[in-house]
Write a protein that binds this ligand. Structure first.
Ligand code: ZN
Length: 220
């Protein structure tokens, strides 16, 4: 088994089968535009970042979501002119590329943060863990970074209990997931894509906004 992408919790697993409150909503005709601020604390090289962006874009494209990736800079060189801080669920999310491993296990690549309603607008990706992962025997670093970013965006868009038994949203990526990833075939399922679109449209219609208070760690 390769390093885990993230750790499932009993709470998360218990909620996997929660009914989709948005089921039945016709979301096919709406274009979903997602903006993501990427704060490059880890100073990931631009070439790797571009690969990650392309991979994130391609996976979201398949799910019917158009991505605008904002390069928000590195420590001391933040790009304040791009609106990087104008974060608001569900239209504008954020990902911080963290250099230090901090308080996460050595096999955790990322974490996302959700409020009591299962909505959140920021996630961390732990670049030091990812950069030393055995998975890099199978997949390029930029691709892996992109898949981890899009996995965490999946948590933010899908809500609580968004791990799946297999595929992109599996809690632990095994050899089969990584091989599919290396081929560019690790994608959201149709059900996940539809759920993301439905939740996005529902939240956007309510004008949810960007309050990140009372956040708790959810999907990792
Ligand atoms: Zn996860």
């Amino acid at each position: 088994m390769w390093r885990k992408l993230c750790l499932a919790t009993a709470v998360v697993l218990a909620l996997v089968a929660a009914p989709n409150a948005d089921a039945g909503q016709d979301t096919h005709r709406e274009t979903i535009h997602l903006k993501v601020s990427v704060f490059n604390d880890a100073q990931v090289p631009l070439s790797v970042l571009r690969e990650a962006e392309a991979r994130t874009q391609s996976v979201l494209d398949e799910a019917g979501i158009t991505l605008t990736w904002l390069d928000c800079g590195t420590p001391g060189k933040w790009h304040t002119e791009l609106g990087c801080r104008d974060i608001s669920f569900p239209t504008h999310l954020s990902v911080r590329l963290v250099a230090a491993k901090k308080a996460v296990s050595e096999d955790t690549f990322g974490q996302s943060y959700l409020n009591e309603q299962g909505e959140g607008n920021y996630a961390n990706v732990y670049v030091a863990t990812l950069s030393s992962a055995k998975a890099l025997d199978v997949i390029r670093e930029g691709d892996l970074l992109g898949y981890v970013v899009v996995h965490e965006l999946g948590h933010l868009l899908l809500g609580i209990g968004s791990h799946s038994a297999e595929g992109l949203m599996r809690a632990k990526w095994g050899v089969s997931e990584l091989r599919e990833a290396a081929r560019g075939n690790l994608l959201f399922s149709k059900i996940e894509a539809e759920r993301m679109r439905a939740r996005y449209l529902s939240a956007a219609a309510r004008g949810v906004g960007g309050d990140s208070s009372k956040l708790r760690i959810s999907g990792k």
